[in-house]
Design a protein around this ligand. Structure first.
Ligand code: CA
Length: 641
């Protein structure tokens, strides 16, 4: 699609690569800068205490490339502001798309001297050392602590501050104590930039996942303890990151640069028509199914997204980014983000992954390609994609609740499943990842049914979601065992390890918090399942043959065999140049309804995982030449002699 906005002429005249858009506020003074190439005039309006009447109105001064500037010698920290953009006979009031602070509900921007928002010790805050594996835990801030049983003080429940509390309910570990014990390496937080769907001045019973961006560079206010002062959300969000780091956990931010809450956004008001894609007939494209698509691929759109990512990484010490509907962004942009993060923070230090799909087609800019699964080969190998192929082969289709996968009664999936084990590096699907580093293995996320609900739906005619079905528990364990024995990165929805249910609801984005929240008593009720996951997490970090992310990792998987419907095995070359340990592993999946007697290859073996527990070391007698792999279970063995 050829537009006036895309191309050398436009870029020559208006592309601005300065890193100073927005407000810079320090002891030396305060500088306001915006990019608005078609404005005739822009007025900056300053407000004291978020008042209605501006106390200062100043005209911005035009500079090169469509940039406008106004500077003050004073430090204006704490003042609120907006702009009046005069454009084609219209006057558009807008907040600053580059704002780093805002008022309650984000309609006005706030001048912030960012240093003043740092919690104590924040400048010294560092991410914990990288571990051998990425085990990512997907969590919504409100879900984490909304349950009274969390033990979090009421004023912090559902807020950023809940992450700073330890000790919790006094009976069993919840919240941060629980996360630490679980052993995950990354918490991936659902959107916490400022979003529009929740009234920040309204009731605490409101709920939204937050995929509706309003102010990209400001934390969401409804997770702060006080929204009347725009600095509180900033400080408390930093405290959350700091607390996770202190507890050895890295932080991934879910980012939604593919669309905005409404097309009538600050971006649109600042430069009408520029930031969104349109179809040939002039209508807005809707590849996001959220009403609009951001026009990634245009110079200043890409600059905006890169600047925003870099801002969160630098200012909030965010360790990774998950891109919502990455298929609406471009390969070129994603690769650029990868390069810039590597240059600033070191190769691979920040994690990058996204959804390699979109809800519908979208008119892309000439010369760009969509960051879709089919283009994985063009993406940098430091960019991961959610593997819907792995997810679906294990548990069945996400929309059809009855359709089974390998663990819940599906048939004919054995060969496909064995392709999933190498992260699809040896074929089996329509794309070829460069290495398993590009693959995110998972079986549940916030979208669609929880794993528990999907299994209950597909395994029981009359589903009762709160019933502790033994067969569902087994299938859940087997599903977990399978993706934990696939090469690639690991990702799980919070609570998957304790049978999290939303009572069969497949799209709970604005359902009650009680439906969405983690119900902490389940971590006790389903203790056996939690312990199994903990074992898998501990074990995985010790297995270089499965953690290997190199392009040759797939050659470690050998002797893939199918024995009968539902029973497969493979061996893993587990040698490592840097670590002592088991040299060879044997993995068996038995989804069949009968126990499977498995004849062991030569050598002496120890069971590392069985139907009951993970991370064991049950050494078999030399004369034991056969193991019984229980129905609906997985087994891992290590060759020890
Ligand atoms: Ca908000």
């Amino acid at each position: 699609m050829k537009t006036f906005f895309n191309g050398e002429d436009f870029d020559e005249r208006f592309r601005y690569d300065g890193k100073d858009l927005g407000v810079r506020c320090t002891e030396e003074g305060t500088v306001f800068k915006v990019w608005s190439p078609f404005a005739q005039k822009i007025e900056l309006r300053l407000y004291r205490n978020d008042g209605e009447e501006a106390c200062v109105i100043k005209e911005m001064e035009p500079e090169d490339k469509g940039v406008w500037k106004q500077a003050f010698t004073e430090n204006l920290h704490g003042m609120y502001y907006d702009y009046l953009v005069h454009i084609e006979e219209k006057k558009l009031r807008t907040a600053d798309p580059y704002a780093t602070g805002c008022n309650c509900n984000g309609r006005k921007s706030m001048v912030v001297d960012l240093k003043r928002t740092d919690p104590e010790g924040f400048r010294e805050d560092k991410a914990p050392a990288a571990e051998k594996e990425q085990i990512i835990y997907e969590l919504h801030i409100k879900d984490f602590s909304y349950d009274k049983e969390s033990g979090i003080p009421e004023i912090y429940r559902g807020k950023y501050k809940a992450f700073t509390v330890q000790g919790t309910n006094g009976k069993y570990p919840t919240c941060m104590d629980y996360l630490k014990e679980l052993g995950i390496t990354h918490v991936h937080l659902l959107p916490f930039f400022d979003y529009g769907s929740v009234d920040e001045a309204g009731s605490d019973g409101q709920y939204n996942w937050g995929y509706d961006p309003l102010n990209y560079n400001v934390p969401e206010g409804s997770y702060a303890t006080d929204v009347s002062d725009g600095t509180v959300r900033i400080r408390e969000c930093k405290e959350m990151v700091q607390a996770l780091h202190k507890n050895g956990i890295r932080v991934v931010m879910d980012v939604v640069y593919n669309h905005t809450y409404s097309e009538d956004s600050w971006l649109q008001r600042m430069v009408p028509g520029y930031y969104y894609r349109h179809r040939e007939d002039g209508s807005l494209s809707d590849g996001s199914a959220c009403g609009n698509d951001i026009a990634a691929g245009r110079a200043m759109v890409d600059n905006y997204i890169v600047d925003s990512v870099m801002y969160w990484a630098k200012e909030y010490h965010i360790d990774g980014f998950r891109f919502d509907l990455m298929g609406l962004l471009t390969v070129e942009l994603m690769n650029r983000i990868r390069r810039e993060l590597n240059a600033e923070f070191g190769e691979g230090e920040k994690l990058l992954y996204g959804e390699p799909w979109r809800a519908d087609t979208s008119p892309m800019e000439d010369g760009t390609s969509a960051a879709l699964k089919e283009n994985t080969e063009s993406l940098d190998d430091g960019i991961g994609i959610f593997s819907d192929d792995t997810r679906d082969v294990i548990k069945g289709h996400v929309f059809d609740e009855k359709e089974p996968g390998f663990v819940n009664g599906g048939s004919g999936l054995e060969a496909l499943l064995l392709f999933a084990v190498t992260g699809w590096r040896d074929g089996g699907t329509c794309f070829m990842p460069k290495s398993c580093a590009q693959i995110i293995n998972y079986v549940s996320a916030h979208d669609n049914f929880t794993l528990w609900d999907k299994l209950v739906y597909s395994m029981h005619e009359k589903p009762e979601f709160e019933k502790k079905y033994e067969d569902v528990l087994s299938a859940n364990k087997l599903a977990a065992f399978i993706y934990f024995t696939c090469q690639g990165n690991l990702f799980m929805q919070a609570g998957e390890e304790f049978g999290r249910t939303k009572w069969g609801e497949g799209n709970s984005y604005n359902s009650l918090p009680e439906i969405n929240m983690l119900k902490w008593s389940q971590s006790v009720e389903y203790k056996e399942l939690v312990e199994y996951y903990k074992g898998l997490i501990r074990l995985r970090k010790k297995l270089p043959g499965l953690c290997d992310k190199s392009a040759s990792a797939s050659t470690r998987i050998t002797e893939k065999k199918i024995y009968k419907s539902g029973v497969v095995s493979f061996r893993v070359d587990n040698r490592s140049a840097s670590e002592e340990g088991v040299e060879e592993l044997l993995v068996i999946y038995n989804a069949d309804s009968e126990d499977y007697p498995f004849r062991l290859p030569e050598g002496r073996w120890a069971v590392l995982v069985d139907a009951e527990a993970a991370d064991l070391r049950r050494v078999l007698h030399t004369e034991e030449k056969e193991v019984v792999v229980a129905a609906h279970s997985g087994m891992m063995l290590a060759l020890i002699e």
